[in-house]
Design a protein around this ligand. Structure first.
Ligand SMILES: Cc1cc2nc3c(=O)[nH]c(=O)nc-3n(C[C@H](O)[C@H](O)[C@H](O)COP(=O)(O)O)c2cc1C
Length: 324
């Protein structure tokens, strides 16, 4: 399938694997890219720019297809070494960067000078327009369903995507709640040029996470995610577990008095224990409502091939409806 996104990123299928903390290692990105999508290494999971440079080199050893790096811009007091991260990306010869979080304008000049395409992940039309205005090449429009940070507007993709299509001039992909051929065709129908998936890619054979994480996603229904940190205006959609229930109890007890300090045990530094050791009740980890649509653990190739053949069958069926 050829769309503005496959052309822009030099990929076979309009399917992107969004950056995911402690999931987006070289193994994940290479598996998605080798299957014809765009795999993405998560920049901030690497402790230093040198570690990121090594991870990019490892990915290059595993694929000769294009892959990207996610740079999440966090509202922290002691920011990561963003110039160092950008340098590692440029020197590593990476061709695509997915930015997320805050406005990426400060990172854009060096990335653009190096000919790198930038796709910014946004949860609203106004942020998408801002990304377009500052010179991003594409946008990933992340609806309320998404795993991770859906923002504070709570607009689901059936509204958000057509709204984005009505306003944007640059291409965009859908993100949040995407799982299969139906998601892809629906995204295209609503004006997207492809789709981005997070949670779905964790439940694949190659995802470098503990088996417990994959099984938790397969076992979960669409009712099993929770929104945490809403009182801090840093809302995150996570899979429910004992740690999340503890966290929500604190949010309820403390109300407006809640600070990040109160919930540090449930949110700070929990990803390695969850993703690598499979300690599922350790705390909050991002997961989308789309878990309800995930019932298997295929290879990335099986997943992407299945999505593309289902999408083609749906399009043919719809064509038939028109002819009838
Ligand atoms: C476990 C997990 C970790 C994530 N970490 C990040 C991250 O570090 N940076 C980022 O920009 N997005 C992150 N995301 C969001 C994904 O890139 C993607 O936008 C989101 O998962 C899409 O929604 P879906 O899960 O319904 O497919 C994460 C998502 C998950 C599930």
């Amino acid at each position: 399938m050829k769309t503005a996104i496959t052309e822009m990123f030099g990929i076979e299928h309009p399917i992107i694997q969004g950056g995911m903390h402690y999931v987006g290692f070289a193994e994940m990105a290479a598996a998605v890219s080798n299957a014809g999508g765009l795999g993405i290494i998560t920049g901030l999971t690497q402790k230093t720019p040198q570690d990121l440079a090594n991870e990019i080199a490892r990915c290059k050893d595993m694929t000769d297809k294009p892959f990207g790096v996610n740079i999440t811009i966090l509202p922290t007091l002691t920011p990561p070494d963003y110039p160092g991260i950008v340098k590692a990306v440029i020197e590593g010869g990476v061709k695509v960067v997915e930015t997320a979080g805050r406005n990426p304008s400060e990172l854009l000049p060096p990335l653009k000078d190096a000919g790198i395409k930038v796709i910014h992940k946004c949860t609203s039309v106004r942020h998408s327009l801002k990304a377009q205005a500052i010179g991003c090449d594409a946008v990933s429009v992340d609806g309320f369903e998404c795993g991770g940070h859906p923002g504070e507007d709570d607009v689901p993709n059936f509204i958000l995507l057509p709204r984005a299509a009505d306003e944007l001039e640059i291409p965009f992909v859908s993100s949040g709640g995407m799982a299969d051929g139906r998601s892809l065709v629906a995204s295209l129908a609503m004006g997207a040029q492809g789709m981005n998936m997070g949670t779905r890619f964790i439940a694949t054979k190659e995802a470098p996470v503990h088996e417990n994480v994959k099984q938790a996603i397969v076992a979960a229904s669409e009712l099993d995610t929770r929104l945490v940190m809403r009182p801090l205006r840093n809302t995150e959609r996570v899979l429910n577990n004992a740690g999340v229930e503890r966290l929500l109890e604190k949010e309820k007890e403390l109300g407006d008095a809640l600070t990040i300090q109160d919930i540090l045990p449930e949110v700070a530094g929990v990803y390695p224990s969850i993703m690598q050791e499979g300690d599922m009740d350790k705390g909050a980890w991002s997961c989308g409502m789309v878990a309800g649509l995930i019932n298997d653990i295929p290879t990335c190739q099986e997943l992407i091939d299945g999505i593309m053949s289902d999408a083609e069958a749906i399009l043919a069926r719809m064509n038939g409806m028109q002819a009838a």
